[in-house]
Design a protein around this ligand. Structure first.
Ligand code: ATP
Ligand code: AMO
Length: 440
């Protein structure tokens, strides 16, 4: 038994008798005896007309609140003037009967005209998520994870799930949530970094994970969540760490192609207009030093160290002007900007074999080669003032002889947000967590 959906009605001939379930998106009484209803089902809607013949039904329907769930039966017909819209079907339904499945009460706002500000929309996220733009958006987000799994499985990767309760901080000591673990300390994983490297030490060769990442940074920006979805890979490398870049690049290009072929993009763009997204057949890999030079040539006073967010955004604009791409890779970061596990460039240890990836000037990915020599790693940890406490299992992987390897981590919400210019990563998170979430 199949429920008819509004999307399916489009394919049926005029005159077909149909029955489907939908929400009342809005209604416009034309007269005491005639009513136009906009009926919505996910990102699709269809106009319904209630005829003059059944006055009782018209009056009853006019009392229903928007968002109420109804079962409608009727006959498909051509509208008097053509409806041209991506989210509205080009047909109408002449309603014969309508039954209330479940009523909606106490609406904080009407989804036909939702509030402009994110803060106001988020006060009623369930209602907000019902909006066609959000229905389309979360389908697009789902396409990104589908392409991630697809690309990696095609390249011989194994999907893993690593523990989110960790004995030590992984990325930096400060930005970690501490939890009480039966009276002992545990930390919510800030990245699957240690566990994914341990999987390589355990000879899994190529692994990936889609999972939650916790960051206790009190960063109230458009880019930071305290819990986000990480897309992580780790792999043995045979000749160069650019093998990691090739895999991520294949994944991202498959995302760009698949997403921009989705009709959902147009639905999202009605709420969040976005410019054309450009990428090159041969992805630009810009040396960090050349990036700094471009910023200096532009008159900016930048040091040879990590870039600030405004510098990153400016560099994105300069790259776009020069190379006509919204997507590029910045390679060979200075060691001072990278975590302890990063492999230094043997020819110039001021720099590393590591990279960030940018979409419209915003960072969406970090990655690189890792140190696989136990002694070298210990030296680096001590230089960074880190202790091995809680990292014994991780270290044992190196003592047991880890292969040369590298990997990368991407933020799912950031990919979606900057591709579609949503302006704030909270928009791409189902029920977001930021420093102001979970009020007392
Ligand atoms: P990474 O992925 O390497 O962690 P990130 O994109 O998460 O980088 P951070 O390293 O946390 O970002 O910070 C980089 C930039 O973010 C800083 O240079 C700063 O401009 C900006 N930033 C971080 N926290 C805040 C904040 N609370 N308010 C404003 N800007 C911030
Ligand atoms: P990094 O700390 O750069 O690297 O994180 C990887 C990617 O995760 C995303 N991201 C975030 N998204 C939303 N909210 C946040 N607070 C946030 N912080 C980071 C970004 C970023 O590029 N272990 C390394 C990865 C690796 O080398 O494999 C790491 O975690 O898109």
């Amino acid at each position: 038994y199949e429920l008819n959906t509004i999307a399916q009605l489009d394919r049926l001939p005029i005159g077909t008798e149909v029955s489907f379930r939908a929400r009342i998106h809005t209604q416009r009484p034309i007269s005491k005896a005639l009513d136009f209803l906009l009926l919505r089902d996910q990102e699709h809607s269809i106009q319904g007309v209630l005829s003059r013949e059944n006055m009782d039904m018209v009056k009853w329907v006019q009392k229903l609140h928007p968002e109420s769930l109804v079962q409608v039966s009727g006959i498909l017909k051509e509208p008097p003037s053509p409806i041209r819209s991506t989210s509205h079907s080009g047909i109408e339904v002449d309603i014969q009967s309508i039954h209330l499945v479940n009523a909606a009460h106490n609406l904080p706002f009407n989804n036909y005209k939702p509030p402009e500000t994110l803060r106001n929309r988020m006060t009623a996220r369930i209602l907000d998520l019902r909006h066609p733009a959000n229905q389309a958006l979360f389908r697009i987000r789902s396409m990104v994870t589908r392409k991630f799994r697809e690309t990696l499985e095609n390249n011989g990767f194994v999907e893993i799930n690593t523990p989110k309760l960790q004995p030590a901080a992984t990325e930096s000591g400060s930005a970690v949530f501490k939890v009480n673990y039966f009276g002992r300390n545990a930390f919510l994983a800030q990245s699957p970094q240690l566990a994914k490297q341990m999987s390589i030490s355990a000879d899994f060769n190529r692994v990936f994970e889609v999972g939650p990442v916790f960051r206790a940074e009190n960063s109230n920006t458009h880019r930071h969540l305290t819990e986000y979805t990480g897309l992580d890979i780790e792999m043995e490398i045979s000749e160069t760490y650019h093998e990691v870049i090739y895999v991520i690049d294949e994944f991202l290009k498959s995302v760009f192609a698949a997403v921009y072929a989705m009709p959902e993009v147009e639905v999202v763009q009605k709420r969040w207009p976005s410019g054309e997204f450009k990428w090159l057949d041969e992805t630009l890999i810009l040396d960090f030093r050349d990036g700094i030079q471009m910023l200096r040539d532009d008159g900016r006073d930048v040091e040879m160290e990590d870039l600030s967010t405004p510098d990153e955004i400016r560099l994105g604009q300069l790259v776009k002007e020069k190379f006509d791409t919204d997507y590029y890779i910045l390679d060979k970061f200075p060691a001072s900007a990278r975590p302890f596990y990063t492999y230094k460039d043997p020819e110039d240890p001021f720099f590393t074999r590591s990279f960030d990836i940018f979409i419209r000037g915003q960072e969406i990915c970090s990655g690189g080669q890792r140190i696989h020599d136990a002694e070298q790693l210990r030296k680096n940890m001590h230089a960074a003032g880190m202790s091995e406490e809680g990292m014994e299992d991780y270290m044992s992987g190196f003592d047991l002889g880890a292969p040369p390897h590298g990997g990368a981590g991407l933020g799912l919400e950031r990919i979606v947000t900057w591709m579609l210019e949503l302006g704030d990563v909270r928009n791409a998170s189902l029920f977001h967590r930021d420093p102001k979430s979970l009020p007392e």
